[in-house]
Design a protein around this ligand. Structure first.
Ligand SMILES: Nc1ncnc2c1ncn2[C@@H]1O[C@H](COP(=O)(O)OP(=O)(O)OP(=O)(O)O)[C@@H](O)[C@H]1O
Ligand SMILES: [Mg+2]
Length: 760
């Protein structure tokens, strides 16, 4: 095995392996399913007879240490240890709820003959490119594996779960050892008929023997759902079209001859000459159909070997594994045979080397090969990701890192009580426990303070009654990056004015011009000499407006008056809050209905200032905006939000809008655009009309819609990049974290639960 991932399997034969992610095939819409299937057929047809390939589905049962390593939150120097422990117990319990201890990975290994290693490189790299493109068009993520990665997989199959591969390519230079020596277990014993021992383990390789005439595409997916150590292998080699014809024709003429013999026999015995054995009749029909497929239906012929390898620590465990595999096959009308006296060949063919040592092959057409489609359900499991519940289909943990998305902006949508806020809080908890990022919340319903205080965050009560002041005219120099900061600010003030002036037609063109001018005039002194002139306030803006000659200016000033001079002065004075906590919640409930939207906008702008500062020190900021539909109720605030969402990525911000009013959201064109451009959406239970609209907007299949129809709290669909994953989360209610996250009044108690304490 070379360092770049090329392996010389037998002399002159070189292979490479590509890992590919799953896509949602089993729950895809019918037309989508057909589309995937036909693309997969095309993909199979791409391989000619000189390129044998092997598809592998590798199920690994992970051990506790691995699990801890990959998923549990690492402790940090802060005072959140208790929460981290509680969260980790939760994760651990969840992982045992389903098949989660199984990691399922899929690979394709392909090879070519070449003069030597150097000569194989360009050949393989061209193949590799084509294969990657094919997978891409199917929607899979792919990764070409390096030598170390390939060795790790082989090592994993051949050794105990706890053993780690200890190998670096430098080791080869200093010794006579080969890469093989580093992955092999201590011993192999192949003396038994249908099992073999390796290291301290025992294994069995089986093969798919009989296929029913109508095989369903579920076989592979159901097999791979079995939560045991198992490797499913498909060795596929295309047959040259000429040879395929010859083969079939030969077979047909052989059977024709047999038929004539049978007819003669029947006549002799005095029966009707049509009396030929059913088997023969059937085979002949099948062969004729095959010939027709090859000639007319863009089908090719393949030779395929399908192997299933499972391993265990004891005979009993192995029997149990085998039993599960056999019964799943039986359910699909397939028969499985043991590879008697061929266990070694079986094992070698199972390893991801791209070489088939077993000569039991079946002849299949493209379509019948494609029935063994390796796609089932997409899993979302990223190292270093955050917990988002269990995959409702596979019951596997969903671990996902929003920061890996091109655009991490997101939405959480659902009917009241479906668990939106809870989902947001769970994500925040994860951010707080596992990163150094900041979390800013706009909280119109006063739902988050309990959690925020519990985590030592700061709750800022924005209301006319509190003595908090926020100046909407605050501006930092890098407010708008390379663009003119004043333009963005003017945009913002416009949206504010529109809220204040309201009216059905919003702001007129001339009003817009006046406001824009007034904004620039208001900031002029500050920008000319920031030391002498502090940041202006709404009062200054008001004064500037009053000085403008137009009548409209007077009118705008008048509508501002209440906020500048009246009792609602929260936003008229210099800001007197100082955000120096990584977790801040702006509670705007007490602003009342009238001011809430405005409050939301101003707070959002304030948070934007914070983001610009955070970016300067390389810190990321998560923003949560509950009841975000408020901002979409008028054009300018929607626009402001839209601009923020657009800029967020560049600024290291991760905004999440939350709303139960999907209908209101869907009325706004901007909101629709934002939704369809968001790489991250969590959809909880939906009302009927919203559901149908969303389905159209986001391309959701009926099967998928089922997960947001009468769904329980904490259940729904997770959209991330290209994937749509049904999830389910039941956060344990006997935890302090739950008590801090719930909004059910009778559950908000902080008394500790004995049983959970013990589990820690
Ligand atoms: N993942 C979960 N695990 C356990 N319980 C949950 C989960 N999600 C929600 N719940 C329960 O459902 C209740 C309602 O959830 P939540 O407050 O998040 O609803 P919501 O969608 O924000 O509603 P609203 O639109 O009224 O704000 C929570 O208080 C909690 O008790
Ligand atoms: Mg809520």
């Amino acid at each position: 095995m070379f360092e770049d991932g090329i392996c010389e399997v037998v002399e002159g034969y070189y292979t490479k392996t590509i890992k590919f992610s799953d896509i949602n095939y089993q729950i895809a819409r019918r037309d989508e399913k057909e589309n995937i299937f036909s693309k997969y057929c095309q993909f199979l047809n791409y391989f000619d007879a000189s390129i044998p390939f092997q598809i592998t589905i590798n199920n690994r049962v992970i051990n506790r240490d691995d699990f801890r390593d990959q998923m549990l939150l690492k402790n940090k120097e802060d005072n959140l240890k208790d929460f981290r422990d509680e969260y980790n117990v939760m994760l651990y319990e969840k992982s045992r709820e389903g098949h989660n201890s199984v990691i399922r990975e899929k690979y394709i290994t392909f090879g070519t003959m070449a003069k030597d290693y150097e000569a194989s490189k360009p050949l393989l790299s061209r193949l590799s490119m084509d294969i990657l493109n094919n997978f891409k068009s199917l929607g899979c993520d792919t990764e070409e594996l390096s030598g170390i990665q390939r060795l790790e997989i082989l090592h994993g199959i051949l050794n105990k779960d706890t053993d780690k591969l200890n190998f670096e390519y430098d080791y080869l230079v200093r010794s006579d050892l080969k890469t093989k020596d580093f992955i092999a277990p201590d011993s192999f014993d192949f003396r038994n008929k249908s099992t073999f021992e390796f290291g301290e383990k025992i294994g069995r390789v089986m093969y798919l023997k009989d296929l029913p005439p109508e095989l369903s595409d579920k076989l592979l997916s159901e097999l791979s759902d079995i939560p045991v150590n198992m490797t499913i292998t498909l060795h596929i080699n295309s047959v040259e079209q000429d040879k395929a014809f010859d083969l079939v024709k030969q077979k047909i003429s052989f059977m024709e001859q047999q038929k004539i013999d049978e007819q003669k026999k029947a006549q002799k015995s005095g029966y009707d000459s049509d009396m030929i054995p059913y088997e023969l009749k059937y085979s002949l029909a099948e062969a004729e159909e095959l010939l027709d497929d090859l000639q007319n239906k863009n089908q090719r012929m393949f030779k395929a070997t399908i192997l299933i390898f499972t391993s265990a620590n004891s005979d009993e465990e192995l029997d149990e594994n085998v039993y599960q595999i056999l019964s799943t096959a039986r359910k699909n009308n397939c028969k499985i045979g043991y590879l008697d006296y061929l266990q070694e060949e079986g094992l070698n063919s199972t390893l991801l080397l791209g070489h088939n040592f077993v000569e039991i092959q079946r002849t299949l057409t493209t379509a019948s090969t494609a029935i063994f489609i390796p796609f089932t359900t997409q899993e979302l499991f990223q190292k270093g990701g955050m917990y988002y519940g269990l995959n409702a289909l596979s019951r596997n943990l969903i671990f996902f890192d929003r920061k890996t998305l091109k655009n991490a902006n997101g939405f959480i949508l659902g009917t009241p009580g479906s668990g939106k806020s809870f989902t947001a809080k769970r994500e925040m908890v994860n951010v707080l426990l596992n990163t150094d990022d900041e979390v800013m919340i706009i909280d119109p319903e006063s739902e988050y303070s309990y959690l925020v205080e519990g985590f030592g965050g700061e709750v800022i009560n924005v209301s006319s009654a509190s003595n908090v002041n926020i100046n909407p005219l605050d501006i930092t120099m890098n407010y708008a990056d390379d663009e003119d900061p004043l333009s963005l600010k003017a945009e913002f003030i416009l949206s504010l004015c529109e809220l204040l002036i309201g009216g059905r037609n919003g702001i007129t063109a001339s009003e817009k011009t006046i406001i824009d001018r007034a904004v620039r005039l208001t900031y002029a002194p500050h920008f000319s000499n920031p030391k002498k002139y502090p940041v202006p306030t709404l009062v200054d803006f008001y004064e500037v407006l009053k000085k403008q000659p137009e009548q409209e200016a007077e009118a705008i000033a008048l509508s501002l008056e209440l906020y500048v001079k009246g009792s609602l002065g929260v936003f008229a004075k210099p800001t007197n809050i100082d955000i120096n906590n990584r977790l801040v919640c702006f509670d705007i409930r007490d602003l009342g209905k009238q001011l809430r939207t405005m409050g939301m906008l101003i707070v959002l702008d304030q948070i934007w200032n914070r983001i610009t500062q955070n970016r300067a020190i390389g810190k990321r900021t998560w923003i949560y905006m509950d009841e975000i539909y408020l901002l979409f109720q008028n054009e300018y605030s929607a626009n402001f939000l839209f601009e923020l969402y657009k800029r967020a990525r560049k600024w290291g911000a991760i905004p999440t809008g939350i709303t139960q009013n999907v209908e209101d959201l869907l009325i706004s064109d901007l909101a629709r655009r934002m939704l369809s451009n968001s790489d991250f959406i969590i959809m909880m239970n939906q009302a009927t009309t919203d559901r149908l609209e969303l389905a159209q907007l986001l391309n959701i299949s009926n099967e998928q819609l089922g997960y947001v129809t009468n769904a329980n709290e904490g259940q729904g669909l997770l959209f991330s990049g290209n994937s749509i994953i049904p999830f389910i989360d039941k956060f344990p209610t006997n935890t302090n974290l739950y008590r801090m996250m719930t909004t059910k009044p009778d559950e908000i108690r902080l008394d500790k639960d004995e049983s959970y304490e013990k589990a820690l």
